[in-house]
Write a new protein. Structure first.
Length: 272
């Protein structure tokens, strides 16, 4: 049974574009807070006011999933498709639906009963990728669009570094202040602390969460450039291998795209 055309929303609708931009702003907020909440559990995320705001955001994301089923798309002929069955089928088969469904599983509704499902909250971050579609539809001068795309890739890069920093902290926290049967220290020590590893540690009592995050963020940037991290157990070694391989793809993709955009922005000067 098809939904009548009058109930469908055109992807060119200005109100829908405004809605998409609001969703991206909320996704950006999630991109910053969710990794910190999962890895560092700061006090402000336990605040009733924040939890209420987070509930509202989750509800808006659910509404967005429904709207996706009623928003027109491009068909194979490049024309606007108004067949609701095809629109819903394409959405369900897309990676966006998988990410949206994963984000729903990471909401308070599910994670309250099963705390481990909170990790699915990372899927909420993927909504930030919708920014590329909005910029592509933006009707501005070519140079302005190149500048916006350059800013987009810079934003993606910083979100990646932020997420990897939080994941790194979760990894090194597994064996914090632990020793094996032979007495070997399994705690990770930052390379700058190696000479005084007995006196300095990010896991020592009294270290603020802000300092712990900044140390993780600093080493996340180092991993982007394949620097020595000093892993001391199998989990940390595997994570470093995986993150550095991923960093090679990030460097190849994002920085190459940014270089091309900068070259396009300078095209007029080069022609002159």
């Amino acid at each position: 049974m098809q939904v009548p055309k009058k109930y469908l929303i055109s992807y060119r609708n200005k109100n829908k574009e405004t809605w998409d931009m609001c969703i991206i702003i909320l996704a950006l907020q999630n991109s910053l807070v969710i990794p910190i909440d999962i890895s560092f559990a700061p006090e402000f995320t336990q605040n009733v006011l924040y939890k209420s705001f987070d509930f509202i955001v989750d509800f808006l994301f659910l509404v967005d999933m429904v709207l996706m089923c009623f928003t027109t798309i491009h068909n194979s002929m490049g024309k606007e498709e108004f067949n609701s069955n095809l629109i819903i089928a394409k959405y369900i088969k897309s990676f966006r639906f998988v990410a949206d469904l994963g984000a729903v599983l990471g909401t308070e509704l599910f994670s309250r009963g099963v705390p481990s499902m909170k990790v699915f909250g990372f899927f909420k971050i993927i909504r930030i990728l919708r920014l590329g579609d909005i910029l592509q539809k933006t009707n501005v001068e070519e140079n302005v669009k190149h500048m916006l795309n350059l800013m987009k890739f810079s934003l993606y890069l910083w979100i990646y570094i932020h997420v990897m920093a939080c994941v790194w902290w979760s990894v090194i926290s597994v064996n914090a202040n632990k020793k094996d049967e032979s007495g070997f220290d399994l705690s990770w020590h930052a390379p700058r602390d190696w000479l005084e590893y007995k006196a300095r540690s990010v896991f020592r009592e009294g270290t603020s969460k802000t300092e712990q995050y900044l140390v993780s963020l600093y080493h996340s940037v180092l991993m982007l450039g394949y620097n020595e991290m000093g892993p001391v157990n199998d989990i940390e070694i595997l994570y470093c291998i995986w993150s550095m391989l991923l960093a090679s793809l990030i460097n190849a993709q994002i920085f190459s795209e940014m270089a091309v955009l900068i070259q396009k922005m300078q095209r007029k000067t080069i022609f002159f």
